[in-house]
Design a protein around this ligand. Structure first.
Ligand code: G6P
Length: 610
């Protein structure tokens, strides 16, 4: 999704802005641009299609000196990926704007502005902002008032960075629906879509809230809230180090993040377990009181986070005995629902900024849920700020677009939730103690499964020339099959879909032939015998099976059946353990295919628009 960086400093800003863009690359983008006000008062701009490195080359060839600038990575929504659509947009050489979000009334504004004589040079929804801004500045308003007047005309979502050629002392930012942070330096200030972009220059941040408008000089930051009142927002020191968002010696962020899972899970459990029970305070001080009222759970999320929710439904119903509904946020937010009595509304999100998930939360808050809980990886995110209760996943920065450690830490958090709720319902103390002991063993078990890396890398060769793959699982492993298929399609571009194995004969069996590898997740559980019958159905039709099975499963490799042995695990932990080899499989297939593993085409890490 689009990324914004801006700076007002006493030193040249172009290099800071370009480094910021490079650090926002993980969000997903197709073009990039930068505008800097040079010492002679000229507004200079460079824009390129493709990677930030190309933009950096363009700037190296034609430097952009100056102490005030804004920059942007664009993920196309309105208008194709093209240089003329890249931000910053400039009106009549006077003012420049970078924007993340979608302006919903852009067609109407465009028609009005065209009629008033503005010439459009892009197909973006953003361009109406810069023309409206120009009109306000031309009418004599200060930059901050011009932005105030402009945003009053906008419907939709935006984070904005704005500068005016005639005002070298100010950088203005606005936030409505898309995230934006202010970085606090010494004699310099910055704006960015997230903290990662600014870690080389500061670790002190102010997180703008919905409706905020901010005016930055080199020395001061002033913020007005949605009601137009001057407000103080807290200054926070980020714990994320610049190195945590670096790739180190790993070939890709995704591989680094897969291998970080044991420590990420350990961090997620830290301080949340006593010897034999889960601490309800882990979810916030009011959690114990709120949880005791809960009689049902609704979970809403997107993408990989949705798959974590699907696993949790099994746990919450089987272990905690609570009815649980799960839905993708983009569907949930646009339908009428019956809210169960005394229900907890849970959102799951790595970024905490996913537009559909946030909208679903806001809808739920107005619908009579007993409480809201966010399971999230970003402490300062909108989702965290707006929820009653929070459980942070502590995975650390996840940069690869394909989510890995965020998923397994979400599952860990959901097990904590299941146990915390379960003890208030049907989970007895002995069983709680057993589950807590199991949870503690997960990081070690993950280490063991990561040792299969080389074996899975070899296996990947059998997938690289395939067009389609089918993933099968039953019970809690069906969502894991969904997640395995999602990983493969996201980064290798091989069409992959997942089915609950029992549904095979209701359609997908028609697709089976030797060109269609079938990946099966087969832990040793109550559904194993049924799953084996499904595998026979595939074999009988010439399908190639790749079965991930734990060491207790009686299955032998024969012609057409490859068995990959995983360490034995308890059924409760199987979703966590069986996810890892599927992540590795997708990773190695993508590497063999030579795709852009960390930034797959067309995808964004943080989807801040609808
Ligand atoms: C995007 C990302 C996925 C992620 C989904 C939900 O599609 O590419 O990896 O699962 O958004 O994001 P969230 O931050 O809400 O978990």
């Amino acid at each position: 999704m689009c990324g914004i960086v801006g700076a007002i400093a006493q030193r040249p800003v172009a290099a800071i802005l370009l480094e910021g863009l490079r650090r926002l690359e993980y969000r997903g983008y197709d073009s990039a641009g930068i505008a800097v006000l040079n010492p002679d008062g000229q507004l200079n701009r460079a824009r390129t299609l493709g990677k930030v490195a190309r933009l950096a080359e363009a700037v190296a060839a034609q430097p952009l000196p100056g102490l005030l600038g804004i920059a942007h990575t664009r993920w196309a929504t309105h208008g194709e990926p093209a240089t003329h659509n890249a931000h910053p947009h400039i009106c009549r050489d006077r003012c420049a704007v970078v924007h993340n979000g979608i302006i919903e009334n852009h067609e109407l504004l465009r028609a009005e502005q065209r009629a008033a004589g503005h010439r459009f040079t892009s197909e973006t929804d953003t361009e109406v902002i810069v023309h409206a801004l120009y009109d306000a500045l031309a009418a004599g308003l200060s930059l901050i008032d011009a932005v105030r007047q402009t945003t009053a005309q906008l419907q939709g979502a935006y984070a904005l960075g704005v500068l005016d050629r005639h005002d070298p002392e100010h950088l203005v930012a606005a936030r409505q629906g898309s995230p934006l942070v202010i970085g606090i330096g010494f004699g310099e200030h910055f704006i960015a879509s997230d903290v990662f972009a600014l870690l080389p220059v500061t670790n002190r941040f102010i997180f703008l809230e919905e409706g905020d408008l901010a005016e930055l000089t080199r020395e001061t930051v002033r913020i007005w809230n949605a009601a137009g009142e001057l407000v103080e927002r807290p200054l926070k020191t980020s714990q994320v180090t610049a190195e945590a968002a670096e790739r180190g010696s790993y070939r890709h962020f995704m591989l680094k993040e897969i291998f970080e899972q044991p420590q990420a899970l350990a961090a997620t459990l830290e301080g949340r377990l006593l010897a034999d029970r889960v601490l309800p305070e882990s979810f916030g001080s009011q959690a114990a009181a709120l949880f005791s009222q809960i009689q049902a759970v609704t979970i809403v999320a997107c993408g990989t986070s949705f798959h974590a929710a699907l696993v949790a439904r099994h746990w919450l119903e089987a272990i905690a005995g609570l009815p649980c509904q799960v839905e993708v946020a983009s569907e949930y937010r646009y339908r009428a629902h019956v809210v169960p009595a005394q229900a907890l509304f849970v959102t799951i999100s790595q970024s905490g900024e996913t537009a559909d998930t946030l909208a679903a939360l806001r809808l739920a808050q107005a619908s009579g849920y007993a409480a809201t809980l966010a399971i999230c990886n970003v402490p300062e995110s909108s989702l965290v700020r707006e929820s009653d209760l929070v459980l942070l996943t502590r995975a650390g920065p996840e940069i690869g677009v394909a989510s890995t450690k965020a998923f397994t830490t979400q599952l860990t958090a959901l097990l904590l939730l299941t146990i915390a709720l379960g003890r208030l319902h049907r989970l007895d103390a002995t069983e709680e103690a057993r589950l807590v002991t199991l949870l503690r063993s997960v990081p070690k078990q993950l280490e063991a499964v990561l040792a299969l890396d080389a074996q899975i890398a070899a296996l990947a060769e059998q997938f690289v020339d395939k067009q389609h793959t089918l993933f099968l699982g039953r019970g809690t492993q069906y969502p894991i099959a969904l997640e395995g298929a999602l990983k493969l399609k996201e980064i290798s571009y091989i069409h992959a879909e997942a089915y609950p194995a029992g549904e095979l004969k209701h359609g997908p069996l028609a697709l089976i032939d030797e060109e269609m590898p079938v990946v099966v997740v087969a832990p040793n559980n109550a559904l194993l015998e049924k799953l084996k019958s499904n595998l026979e159905e595939v074999r009988a039709r010439g399908g190639q099976l790749f079965v991930f099975a734990d060491s207790q499963v009686a299955l032998t490799a024969t012609a057409g059946v490859t068995v990959i042995r995983l360490p034995e695990t308890d059924d409760l932990l199987a979703p966590l353990i069986f996810t890892v080899p599927l992540q590795l499989l997708a990773y190695h297939v993508a590497v063999l295919k030579g795709t852009d593993v960390d930034q797959p085409r067309n995808l964004a890490k943080s989807v801040t628009v609808e």
